[in-house]
Write a protein that binds this ligand. Structure first.
Ligand SMILES: [Zn+2]
Length: 219
């Protein structure tokens, strides 16, 4: 017999405490009931792109790209690092759902990047900031904006070149991987790097031109 939690009646108080009850009530009240007019059955799951984005509440990919439900397969992790779990999710999007584009989306004023730049690389946040911390150690001259952009570039390369998990799909012409950053102040997105178009896997040198001056020292 499974745990008793499996048969909790629908009117049972799930135990949302005072700290969260107001927030949850607000979210529930704001929930948009989309049942009216929906055709019978489960909507198709055929997203056009997968997004690896930070968990930051200010950068929701579906809002930023103005896409309806069903269009974006979104993997969010603070610091938008390609963790094993994130890569597994992206692999599902590519191999099962058939997306032809992965976007690695960083953003300015990222807390994970700021933590790495400040050397806060241990403790509970370590699994999130560790990839960025390695870059910060190797490139101590970079400010947080440049560090975050370099992190996006390196993540694209890790996914797309050499023995990366998506290198074969890119070689077959089935997939592109794009690196971009959302500027919170300007409210716009700058593309940093794409694979296969602008990456030289032999040298791992940045070959894409950028209009952002501080990126000239980033690679
Ligand atoms: Zn962030």
């Amino acid at each position: 017999m499974p745990e008793q939690l499996a048969i909790v009646p629908v009117d049972h108080d799930p135990g949302v405490g005072p700290a969260g009850a107001g927030t949850w009530a607000r979210l529930l009240a704001a929930h948009v009931d989309r049942s009216a007019g929906r055709r019978r059955g489960v909507p198709d799951h055929r997203p056009s792109a997968a997004i690896l984005a930070c968990s930051d509440a200010r950068v929701p990919p579906s809002v930023i790209f103005d896409q309806p439900a069903g269009e974006l397969f979104v993997v969010r992790i603070a610091g938008n690092s390609a963790s094993a779990e994130a890569v597994a999710s992206l692999t599902y999007a590519v191999e099962v759902l058939g997306v032809d584009t992965i976007v690695v989306l960083g953003h300015t004023h990222c807390g994970a990047v700021a933590a790495a730049a400040a050397g806060s690389c241990t403790g509970a946040l370590a699994p999130i900031v560790e990839p960025i911390c390695r870059l910060a150690i190797d490139h101590p001259q970079l400010d947080p904006i440049a560090l975050g952009e370099l992190h996006v570039r390196r993540t694209v390369r890790a996914l797309a070149v050499g023995a990366g998990p998506f290198a074969a799909a890119i070689r077959r012409g089935e997939l592109s991987v794009v690196g971009a950053v959302h500027d919170l102040e300007e409210g716009r997105i700058s593309m940093l790097e794409t694979a296969p178009a602008t990456i030289n896997p032999d040298t791992s040198e940045r070959t894409v031109s950028s209009t952002i001056p501080h990126l000239s020292e980033a690679s």
